[in-house]
Ligand binder design. Structure first.
Ligand code: DX5
Ligand code: ZN
Length: 218
């Protein structure tokens, strides 16, 4: 499968959000990546339900919602109603991760788990068959525009090997500091979904930059 590109709307111009969502719609990108931050799990607060509802009115491509929040179980039903296609929770924020993943699938969404840079892959060893996507954070979550943590590339390769051995079918997503300088290596290592915020939205020509990321590692 060719890898997918998910531009992160955190790097969009919120005063022109409709325009930026339309740009992603017109582009060769695959998903909209939508970062929800609660000011507790991460220091920052981004946006919530009313904004996502508005994005959904412009978006026909799937919404890939990344919850950087404590106790995300409280909102699974809300995000299902907002038509999230993928709902990703942090392993570090879920005491009962197995139950949370089941509830996300039950609500009709793909279940994702994100791992902070310091969280070992063993954290998800017992739920490999219960998830549809693993998001490896390549920065400490909370802010766009941070530097890519190089160890992530080998983490992707190790996770791809674990997936093979287990015969599991989840997608491997990489989030944070992804751009033309590391996209090829990540795809070669086994990444299926590249999230890209600053590298896309701060580019002079975002449509062309998405094409560069789409062609990387092929
Ligand atoms: C970080 C967010 C990322 C962020 C990526 O906490 O989860 O999705 O928007 O932004 P860049 O690509 O600028 O690192
Ligand atoms: Zn994200």
């Amino acid at each position: 499968m060719a890898h997918l590109i998910a531009p992160s709307l955190l790097a969009a111009d919120f005063a022109h959000l409709g325009r930026d969502v339309d740009m992603v719609e017109r582009s060769h990108a695959d998903w909209h990546h939508i970062d929800v931050m609660d000011g507790l799990f991460v220091p920052n607060i981004s946006y919530g339900m009313p904004v996502i509802e508005a994005i959904g009115r412009h978006a026909s491509k799937p919404m890939d919602v990344h919850l950087m929040m404590e106790a995300p179980d409280r909102y699974i039903g809300h995000f299902a109603k907002l038509n999230a296609a993928v709902l990703t929770v942090h392993a570090e924020a879920c005491t009962h991760l197995h139950r949370t993943l089941g509830a996300i699938r039950e609500a009709g969404m793909k279940a994702g788990v994100a791992l902070n840079p310091h969280t070992p892959l063993s954290a998800i060893e017992e739920v490999l068959g219960n998830l549809d996507l693993v998001c490896l954070m390549s920065v400490n979550p909370g802010f766009g525009g941070q530097k890519f943590i190089a160890n992530t590339t080998s983490k992707v390769a190790r996770l791809a090997a674990i997936r093979d051995t287990a015969g599991a079918e989840f997608l491997i997503e990489v989030d944070g500091g992804v751009g033309r300088g590391n996209a090829g290596d990540l795809v070669q290592a086994g990444a299926d979904v590249l999230v890209a915020g600053s590298s896309v939205f701060k580019a002079e020509d975002p449509l062309a930059e998405i094409d560069v990321l789409k062609a990387a590692g092929q």
